[in-house]
Design a protein around this ligand. Structure first.
Ligand SMILES: NC(=O)c1ccc[n+]([C@@H]2O[C@H](COP(=O)([O-])OP(=O)(O)OC[C@H]3O[C@@H](n4cnc5c(N)ncnc54)[C@H](OP(=O)(O)O)[C@@H]3O)[C@@H](O)[C@H]2O)c1
Length: 220
């Protein structure tokens, strides 16, 4: 399986790229980056320059790929169009090209609480609202998708076990980006992950479960 990682220079995308290229499952990786100079993994991973806001760059990036893991996100900025552009229009562009290119699996990092319009995070230019609009576009697209909604992203993995739950059932908690990457990669190979929205956090009291069981425990 060849996987295009979109947002590969991001904090979560880097974990996805690194884990995919070292997990020994034989998957090959192509990393889509906006700035080749930031792709310090270019010695070990194929890199392609592209931008989700430039659909003309996406077709060549996807050629020969079977799956996409998307971990893009608008950076905090005074540009009020950022989340609309990156989290909605950019994802829509990816979906449209993915359909045209026959991509078999589409996995994306979204966020907990996208359905809560009056959430404080929407003060950042309606970021949750635009992520929700993107999710709805994916669900209707006909692609085989997994939408992964993590809680607050952490840089350190405290070793806690993952709790996975259905859409709009978890409203607080956090998770290490390493674990988010693991969930995204596991989704590629788990039939029980297909066409599901899953919410994930980690909790100290949770017990370890296989990804098969975690995904199977979420109704489609
Ligand atoms: N922070 C949290 O607590 C939290 C909680 C839940 C969900 N999330 C979501 O989780 C996702 C990953 O978060 P993160 O912290 O890992 O993100 P991040 O480090 O900010 O990375 C975002 C990535 O998106 C890329 N990107 C932005 N605009 C792009 C464009 N037009 N075309 C192509 N790539 C583009 C960036 O590229 P460059 O490197 O070139 O800038 C970067 O690689 C985001 O969607 C975020 O909103 C975050």
């Amino acid at each position: 399986m060849k996987v295009l990682v979109v947002g590969a220079t991001g904090k979560t995308g880097r974990h996805v790229t690194e884990q995919l290229s070292t997990d020994g499952t034989g998957k090959t990786v192509r990393a889509l980056v906006r700035d080749r100079a930031k792709a310090d993994f270019a010695d070990t991973v194929e890199v392609v320059v592209g931008d989700v806001l430039k659909p003309e760059t996406l077709q060549a990036a996807m050629t020969g790929c079977d799956a996409i893991i998307c971990a893009t996100g608008a950076a905090p900025s005074f540009d009020f169009t950022g989340p609309y552009q990156v989290d909605f229009v950019g994802t829509k562009n990816l979906v449209d090209v993915a359909k045209a290119e026959g991509i078999q699996r589409f996995v994306i990092v979204s966020s907990l609480c996208v359905s809560k319009f009056f959430h404080p995070l929407n003060l950042f230019w309606l970021v949750l609202f635009w992520k929700q609009q993107a999710e709805q576009y994916i669900v209707k697209s006909g692609l085989t998708y997994t939408i992964v909604r993590p809680g607050g992203l952490r840089s350190e993995d405290a070793g806690e076990a993952i709790v996975m739950s259905a859409a709009d059932t978890l409203f607080d908690g956090g998770i290490a980006r390493q674990k988010v990457a693991q969930v995204c990669i596991a989704a590629l190979g788990e039939p029980t992950a297909e066409n599901k929205i899953v919410e994930i956090v980690t909790r100290p009291e949770a017990s370890e479960q296989s990804f098969e069981n975690l995904f199977a425990g979420v109704a489609g």
